[in-house]
Write a protein of this length. Structure first.
Length: 199
């Protein structure tokens, strides 16, 4: 699948928050991108508000429009609330799980680990970032990945605690249950995304 390779700081400035966990590297977060600086703050239309929310969710999880709309189509066929089903699909992506288990600092680094054959699911190498993990599956890292300094630092971080729907012991993670809405701490209003695609 395609991925965005341009300046990430620009995307964070457009949405007005740090989308990629770059923390101190984020510059001028409250100023929209553009060569000539801010051009005022016109009142956002209903459509514009929905569009920005959809774009923000796409950028947080690092996926493009075609795949994101495909996730939404899948979510509409799931019983229950479509917005929560969409978030569940995004959260159970393999690259997001590697990030949520605390193996990396950002989702981009997690995606790189997956793409470079450093992540194993139930003992088998999986190099597809969009792989949908299921309850009971274990996620581990290859010996080569465990030798990467920033991965070692993340695993040894005593302050890290995985979300309630995941369990981790050293470098072995497990999907205990599917995430509920309360388990997703990203600043996303999924109802606006549902309204955007329902127009």
């Amino acid at each position: 699948m395609a991925r965005y390779t341009g300046p990430k700081n620009r995307l964070s400035r457009r949405e007005g928050l740090d989308l990629f966990g770059k923390a101190n590297k984020l510059r001028r977060a409250t100023v929209p991108p553009g060569q000539h600086g801010p051009k005022g703050s016109p009142r956002m239309s209903e459509y514009g508000t929905q569009l920005r929310e959809k774009q923000k969710a796409k950028r947080i999880y690092g996926i493009m429009e075609k795949q994101f709309s495909s996730y939404f189509e899948t979510a509409t066929r799931v019983r229950g609330k479509t917005g929560e089903a969409l978030l569940r699909l995004l959260e159970t992506r393999l690259d997001n799980l590697v990030y949520r288990l605390g193996f990396t600092k950002t989702r981009n680094l997690a995606r790189q680990l997956v793409s470079h054959n450093h992540v194993l699911v139930n003992g088998q190498t999986v190099n597809i970032p969009s792989y949908q993990a299921k309850i009971g599956e274990t996620i581990t890292l290859s010996p080569k990945a465990l030798g990467i300094p920033h991965v070692q630092a993340q695993i040894q971080n005593p302050e890290f605690k995985p979300p309630a729907w995941l369990a981790r012991q050293a470098a072995v993670g497990k999907v205990v249950s599917l995430p509920g809405r309360s388990d997703v701490d990203e600043p996303i209003n999924e109802q606006l995304i549902v309204e955007f695609y329902s127009r």
